[in-house]
Design a protein around this ligand. Structure first.
Ligand code: PRT
Ligand code: ZN
Length: 286
């Protein structure tokens, strides 16, 4: 039997653009007609289900989809029988408690008996329980940040990324209770054929993620400095070294990590490297 991996993706929203970009970078093409709920991949045995993010964990748990891309916050709140197959690193945000900015925060204990508005009652309840605090949770589905100003609640618990929504609503963040990023979730037990397809997809995703984290670097170095420079750019195995027409110099090629990028560049210049070129990598197979 020819297996097909059914992948649930948010139809339109904050996760969609990065999800579709990742799928494309994994070399998977599909036609996404406006208003369509399903799309067939043209060059990979996969079918995409385009859904609201809230429905994704349930669809995956029930086996309507095999895997899905969703915020970890939604996965935790829906609390369905699914596992994280891979962390995707985009749509990072945090779920935080916020109170009016002029009020003093006296720790989680100060929330005792208070009204807290949120779209994430389960995650909030778990936090309050761990803190031994009992508060009244008001579940609302949107515009949580206006709850204190209309007298619905004394505090809110909502997603924050830049913090500007809290700021414009006269609120301050006092407690982070959950950190989230987009995750690839999977049914607990996939058939062997589908598990193989998931592994193929994961291999491609990791190659894309490695490529994004690394840069290809080329530089010229005096032969006398090659050993010093080799230590700075060890690369995937070791740097490539090529002779230049000027016999006292070589060209060195390697891969460096985005995280310590500027420190390495400064150290290379200090060690005598010249003509440094840094180039993005499209895919990186380890
Ligand atoms: O229609 P559908 O149900 O599919 O989408 P949705 O409207 O429920 O979700 P959507 O598209 O808004 O968000 C999808 C996911 O993106 C969330 O579940 C999170 O995992 C992630 N994400 C990342 C965010 C944010 N950042 C974020 N900032 N989701 C929402 N926000 C909102 C937040 O609720 C608040 O209103 O942005 C505001 C705060 O942003 P700052 O930058 O002002 O702090
Ligand atoms: Zn939603």
């Amino acid at each position: 039997m020819n297996d097909i991996l059914r992948i649930a993706v948010q139809k339109s929203g904050r996760l969609s653009e990065d999800s579709f970009a990742l799928i494309k970078e994994c070399g998977i093409d599909f036609q996404n007609g406006i208003g369509q709920l399903k799309a067939q991949a043209t060059n990979f045995p996969a079918e995409f289900l385009l859904l609201r993010d809230d429905d994704i964990p349930g669809y995956v748990a029930d086996g309507v989809a095999d895997i899905g891309i969703v915020g970890e916050n939604v996965m935790a709140e829906k609390d369905k029988n699914v596992i994280i197959a891979h962390r995707l690193g985009f749509s990072k945000c945090r779920l935080s408690i916020a109170i009016p900015k002029n009020e003093e925060y006296r720790g989680a204990g100060g929330l005792e008996g208070k009204n807290i508005a949120t779209s994430y009652p389960k995650i909030l309840q778990k936090f309050l329980h761990e803190q031994g605090v009992s508060a009244n949770i008001h579940e609302i589905s949107g515009s949580v940040e206006i709850a204190p100003s209309i007298g619905l609640a004394e505090a809110i618990c909502d997603l924050v990324s830049s913090g500007s929504t809290l700021f414009t609503n006269g609120l301050k963040e006092v407690e982070t209770i959950f950190r989230s990023e987009a995750v690839l979730i999977s049914q607990i037990s996939l058939s062997e054929g589908k598990a193989n397809l998931l592994n193929k997809l994961l291999f491609r995703i990791k190659s894309v993620q490695n490529a994004r984290k690394n840069k290809y670097i080329l530089l010229n170095a005096p032969k006398s400095k090659v050993e010093d420079i080799k230590r700075l750019i060890p690369g995937m195995r070791s740097p490539s070294i090529m002779e230049l027409a000027d016999k006292d110099w070589v060209s060195m090629h390697s891969v460096i990590n985005e995280n310590d990028f500027w420190n390495v560049i400064e150290a290379l210049r200090g060690a005598g490297a010249e003509g440094i070129l840094v180039i993005p990598i499209e895919k990186m197979i380890l």
